[in-house]
Design a protein around this ligand. Structure first.
Ligand SMILES: Nc1ncnc2c1ncn2[C@@H]1O[C@H](COP(=O)(O)OP(=O)(O)OP(=O)(O)O)[C@@H](O)[C@H]1O
Ligand SMILES: [Mg+2]
Length: 284
């Protein structure tokens, strides 16, 4: 278990303060597809209120890790414990009801339904306890408002561009009222302004709603401004973890992932750390 304060540096406590026990404990998690090992003995802990970055090269096992935590795949070996309960191998609906929601790298909304109906379905089926349709609609409207999507019954999915579809993915996840949000590449296809807004939104979700977040992303300049701590995967193995400053200077991470972008990413991290030190509050 993490000692309070270890690994997480210069992080403001969430509303209600830190809890001592980890919210999520992944212990020696392995996922194989036939003879291929996509996630290899991965262990980490996540504390309530953290925004944890999960990075690594294409095919390094990030989405597979999400898929196992969210119940799409059962672990081949190892365990996943959420709020003190083993959830490894439970079906996705039970894991969602326990309080874990995820977004998908490629949005898959119900295109024939309205934006509100999409979010309402998520609220209805993802709620931790049975809810009425009226309550599900209210939760959906609340999520859409937070994300900044239209709540009217005639607002259609078809009119949404890449940014809108990513937002809808997020709204559907939030409508289930999760304790933990797994956000998979929320910035893909967005322009600079939209990326910055999406990053601010993730931080607001944590700061205002107290939702703990694991964020998988390749856009390092944006991710590093927001996260508290970072894990780095390569070929399914955890090769580094620590603060953004620590991992972006790690020679192994530079070699397998950051490459020629390393200096620029390190500069983003320095700027974010300096902004926070001069009273910027959370990261970014
Ligand atoms: N259902 C599956 N069956 C077989 N192999 C799979 C399956 N899902 C993922 N893989 C393989 O596992 C490896 C890890 O994939 P994963 O999608 O987790 O990578 P990732 O880190 O999310 O990559 P990216 O950054 O490109 O999204 C890849 O080699 C992928 O082809
Ligand atoms: Mg992926």
């Amino acid at each position: 278990m993490l000692a309070p304060g270890s690994c997480v540096q210069n992080v403001n406590p969430p509303r209600g303060g830190w809890t001592v026990h980890p919210m999520l404990t992944v212990d020696s998690l392995t996922k194989r597809f036939g003879g291929f090992t996509a996630v290899d003995r991965l262990s980490f802990e996540l504390r309530q209120g953290e925004i944890l970055g999960l990075i690594g090269p294409n095919g390094s096992g990030k989405s597979t890790t999400f898929n196992v935590i969210a119940g799409l795949y059962a672990p081949t070996e190892g365990s996943v414990s959420f709020m003190g309960r083993e959830i490894g191998g439970l079906p996705p609906n039970r894991i969602c009801r326990a309080g874990i929601a995820r977004t998908f790298q490629i949005p898959r909304p119900f295109r024939k339904l309205s934006i509100l109906e999409n979010a309402t379905l998520a609220a209805y089926f993802g709620a931790s306890e049975p809810v009425t349709r009226a309550e599900a609609t209210k939760r959906a409207e609340d999520a859409l408002e937070l994300i900044g999507l239209p709540r009217g019954e005639d607002a259609r999915v078809d009119g949404l561009g890449a940014a809108g579809l990513k937002k809808l993915e997020m709204a559907r996840a939030l409508a289930t009222q999760p304790k933990l949000l797994l956000a998979d590449e929320s910035l893909g296809g967005l322009d600079e302004t939209e990326m910055s807004q999406a990053a601010d939104m993730l931080r607001r979700i944590r700061d205002e709603r107290g939702i703990t977040i694991i964020w998988v992303e390749h856009i390092m300049g944006v991710l590093m401004r927001v996260i508290d701590r970072c894990l780095v995967l390569d070929h399914g193995e955890l090769i580094a973890q620590g603060s953004p400053a620590q991992v972006t200077r790690d020679p192994k991470v530079v070699e397998v992932y950051l490459g020629s972008d390393a200096e620029q990413v390190q500069q983003h991290v320095r700027e974010a750390d300096a902004a926070r030190a001069t009273g910027g509050g959370g990261r970014a």
